[in-house]
Write a protein that binds this ligand. Sequence first.
Ligand code: SF4
Ligand code: SF4
Length: 708
Amino acid sequence: MKGRNLIAEVSEALKNRNQIENLRTSMLCMRDKRDAAMAGYTERDVAELRSIRQSSLSSLNENIKILKERLEKNGCNFYFAKTAKDACEYVASLARSKAVKRIVKAKSMTTEEIELNKWLIAEGFEVIETDLGEWLVQIAGQRPSHLTAPAIHLSRYEISKLIEEKIGVKLPADPKEVTKFVRSFLREKFLTADMGITGGNILVAETGSLVIVTNEGNGRLVTSLPRIHVAIVGVEKLVRTWNDAVRILDVLPKSATGQKMATYITILNSGSETPLPNDGLAKREFHLVLLDNGRLNALQDKVMSEALKCIRCSACFNVCPTYSVLGGHVFGYIYSGPIGIPWTYISHGLENAASFASLCISCGLCRETCPINIDTPTMVSEIKHRYGARNGYRWVDRRLAGYEDLIKLASIAPDMSNFLLDTGTMKWILEKFIGIDRRVSLPKFSKKSLRELLDVAFASRTEGERKVAYFADSMAYYINTDVGLAAVNVLRKNGFEVTMPPQRGSGMPSFLYGLLDSTKNVAEYNVKHLYEYVSRGYDVVSTEPTAIYCFRFVYPKLLGTKEAQEVAEKSYELFGYLLRMLENNKLDLSFKRYKDVKAIYYLPCHSRHLSKDKPVLKFLEMLGIETEFIDYGCCGMGGTWGMKRGYEGYEISKVIAEPLVSAISESDVDFVVTECSLCKIQIERFTGKKVIHPILLLDKAYKGLPVP
Ligand code: SF4
Ligand code: SF4
C-alpha cells in the first residue's frame, strides 16, 4: 500500500498495552476452546476436508452453472460480479430502483472486501451493521481486526466508553448490559429496514442453497424482516453437494469458536417468507451476488489457489505470534491475519499484500492449526518473492537471507569472529550494514567445524546395520558443534552407521524473506547430496527441527521433483526418530537416570509439524528429569527475524516472547530444554536461563555423566 509506514504503525501498536493484553487473553481463550473441540480431528479428517475443497474448486465453473439454474428455478435473482465495483453497482442500483432507504447488514468480510458500506453511504443510503462486533467497529470508524471477532482489540471498558461517546448512552463495562442495550437499539432498525445484506458461508449448487452460520440472531432478522435480501458471496464458497457442505458445517464452528455447533445455521433456498399478522406470508425478494474479484485468476495460480480452500474459520489468527501483539489493523489491509495476506493478494493486489507480509515470520503455526492444512507460509513467501522480484528486495532482508553464508564466512576465523562480534564497533557495523540489532548477542563459533571434529572423533568408522545421513544445519555445523557430536554418538551407540553428506544450511532464512531463488539453489544442493544416501537406504535425521520442516514442506513444493519428495519422506527430526526406535524396542536403554533435576521444555514451532507426540518430553521423562511443559506458541524469534533491528523485528519479537519469558523467569528450574538453536538464543537472551538441546542430555546419560 503506497504511503504506508509499517514501522510507525508497529511502534504505535506496541505502545498500546491494553490492546496487547486484550488480544492475548481473547486469543488464548479461543485457542484453548478450539483445541478442546478439535481433539480427535485426525490427519485423515484434514485430508478429507482438503479433498472436498479441492474438488469443489476443480469443478467451479460447472458448479456455477448448476447454482445459477437452481437459483433461477427457485425464483431467485442471480448476478455474477466480476469485480468489486460490479458488485457494489448492482446492489446500489437495486436499492435505488426499489426505493430503499435503510439497509441492515449481517457480518460479512466479503462486503468489507468490496467496501460496500462506503459505496452505499456515498449513494445516500443508511447502512447499519447489526453484528455486535461489526456495529462497534462501525461506530468507532474502524475496520474489523479479526475474521470472526471483529472487535477483538477492544476491551469492555473501551466498548462502554465508545458507546457513550458515539451514541450518548452511559453503560457499565459489562458485556451483558452492552449486549442488552445494542439488541434493543438495533431492533427498530431491523423493523424499519428496506433491505438486508448478508454474506454466506457455503453455497450448495445441487439445491441452490445459501448457508449462513452465525452466533447472533441478527443474521436471521436481516434475512427475514426487510423486504429485499441480498447475499454477496465469494465464488470459492460454492460446493457441489450437501455431503460436502455438511462436512464443512461440522468443522467450521469447532475450528472457529470451539463450539460443537453454531448457534444459528440458516439455510435459504429462495427468498424467505415471513408470517404476517393476518396469517398471510410476506414473500421477499432474494438476490445472490456471486463475487469473483480476483478469485478465478487465483484459481489458475499454482501457489495462491491454496487460499481459495479456506473456510474462514479464523483458527490461524489465534496462533499467529505477530498478529497476537500487533492486531489486525497493523497485521492487515482490509483482510487481516495470516490467511489475510494471500487474500489481500487475491482481492487487493500485490502491493497491499506486501505492505504487511513482512510481519510473517514463517513459524508455520497457521499451517499447523488449519483444519485444511492450508500452506499460508509458502504463499506469504511467494508474495514476498513476487514483490521483491518486481520492486527489489529490502537490503536488510537480502542480507539476513544470506545469514547461513555469513555464518560460514565468519567460521573461517572463529577466534577472530568471536572477538570482533563482542565489540561495540562490530555491533554498530552489524546493525548499520547488516540490520542485526546491536542488542543481540550472537553465539560463539566453534574452533573447528563439525565435519573437522567428526573426522577426528570418528576416524575409524563402523559399519552399522542401519544407516543414517545426519544433517547438522548451520548452527550445529559451525556453532553448537557439541549438539552434532552428541547426535552422532547417540546414533552410533544404537548401532547406526552415521554419515554426514555434503550439505549447506536449510535455506529457511532466504525462504523467510522471500528470496526463493536462493532457497531453491540451497534445496537443489541439499536434495542432490541427501538423495544419494536416501536412494541407498539411508534415513535423514537432523537435530534442527527447521531443517526437517524445510525438507518435508518447503523443498518438495519448490523443486517439484521425485528426489525432493523421497528425501522428504525419509527425513526425521532426531527425537521423533528415536521415539520410533523406542516403540519398536530397538533403543538401547542403558542410560543413566537423573534425580532432583528440574527443567522446562519448550516445544519449537517447526517441531509441532513434525510429530504430535512431543517425543522430547517422553525422553526427558525417561531420563528422570522433572519437566514442566509450557505452551505459549512461538518464542518470537522466527529464525533471524527477531534479530532485525528495532521495530523491524527485535522490538516485536521481545513483546511476543513476554508470556514465555515471564513463565520461565518465574520458575525455579535448573535449565530449559529445546531442540531449536534459534529459540535457544531468544530464551537465553531474555531469561538468562541456560538452554540445552535434549540430545546433549541423552548423550551425557549414555555416558553416565551429570547433566551438562
Ligand atoms: S507463519 Fe507464523 S507468523 Fe506467518 S502468518 Fe503464519 S502464524 Fe503468522
Ligand atoms: S486458513 Fe485455515 S485456519 Fe485460517 S481461516 Fe482459513 S481455514 Fe481457517
